[in-house]
Design a protein around this ligand. Structure first.
Ligand SMILES: Nc1ncnc2c1ncn2[C@@H]1O[C@H](COP(=O)(O)OP(=O)(O)OP(=O)(O)O)[C@@H](O)[C@H]1O
Ligand SMILES: [Mg+2]
Length: 296
């Protein structure tokens, strides 16, 4: 395993020299934030889409990685049509610039392919393709948002563990709360992650969201070692958001004055001000390296 990791590093360094991608721009401030949940359908993709727009309007260069390899749908929310996806990059058929989509407002999306089901068993060559191609993006983005699938499959866990920060979304539903707890537990026990951001979606008022936060933080304090949950507030239940989904436009663009849009703007500011969790993070290459080395 050590041999595998070191030979990968050697290959990587060699490729770096060949392609020169390591020279691209200053990347030390890139934030890689995964947005995840235990239970599905809690609003991850919609929040990622509007959050991306909020960051863009703050002058940030934003990349969304659609990491929901089963039921990818970031492109649907933005009304764009992917021709190629991350699977083509992994298999060396396309380079990253051929695969990235650009939304109407200039946000870049790396589409997921529904045929790509296992990122946890990549061959050395496939890992290399991912490292080199995503490495060329170094310095091109300030924020990378990773929209994961639901549940605690290895793919989802790998993306979350590789990101600098992991934001879990839960709702008031008891199943969503227990699944959010399960996500923290497995991330903590299997990947040693101790800090999580927590956002509560689809609530009527702040007290409902705080109750969910307290419930989860009490459980974490009692049963998990050294887990710290950073409360990121809530997004209200908002019919406007549902109407925007039908129009295939992120709510923050479709209706900037909506209650959900306002909350997402506030969330974007909070994320910008939040202390960084990962000690070795802050750039895309570290993120990809952590990802591909996960199984070693
Ligand atoms: N704040 C909100 N107010 C009202 N409805 C919402 C809100 N957030 C999300 N929804 C509804 O929930 C649906 C599911 O949202 P979304 O697809 O973003 O969830 P998800 O967590 O990405 O789902 P999956 O786990 O399947 O990827 C949306 O189509 C929308 O109708
Ligand atoms: Mg989704």
């Amino acid at each position: 395993m050590v041999d595998q990791a070191s030979s990968l590093r050697k290959l990587m360094d060699q490729k770096t020299t060949e392609t020169g991608f390591a020279l691209a721009g200053n990347s030390k401030n890139t934030i890689v934030l995964s947005v995840t949940s235990g239970k599905g359908g809690v609003g991850k993709t919609n929040i990622v889409a509007s959050l991306a727009e909020a960051f863009r309007s703050m002058g940030q260069r934003v990349l969304i990685i659609d990491a929901d390899l089963g039921l990818s749908n970031v492109d649907i929310i933005f009304g764009v049509h992917p021709e190629y996806h991350i699977g083509h990059v992994i298999d060396g058929e396309k380079n990253i610039s051929e695969v990235l989509l650009t939304t109407a407002t200039g946000i870049k999306i790396l589409p997921a392919g529904s045929g790509v089901t296992e990122l946890t068993h990549l061959t050395q060559g496939q890992k290399m393709n991912l490292l080199v191609e995503l490495g060329t993006l170094e310095g091109s983005f300030d924020i990378v948002l990773v929209d994961t699938g639901a549940g605690i499959s290895p793919n989802v866990l790998y993306f979350n563990a590789a990101a600098d920060d992991c934001m879990i979304i839960a709702t008031r539903e008891p199943t969503s709360i227990t699944d959010a707890y399960a996500m923290m537990k497995v991330m903590n026990t299997q990947h040693g992650i101790r800090r999580f951001k927590l956002l509560i979606n689809m609530v009527r008022e702040s007290s409902e969201a705080k109750a969910v936060y307290l419930n989860l933080s009490n459980a974490a304090q009692k049963f998990l070692s050294n887990v710290v949950i950073e409360y990121m507030g809530f997004i209200p239940q908002d019919e406007t958001l549902q109407r925007s989904v039908i129009k295939r436009v992120p709510v923050i663009v479709d209706n900037p004055g909506a209650a959900s849009s306002q909350s997402i703007k506030k969330l974007a500011r909070m994320i910008m001000m939040s202390p960084r969790t990962s000690e070795s993070g802050g750039n895309i290459k570290f993120f990809v390296k952590r990802f591909v080395n996960m199984g070693n």
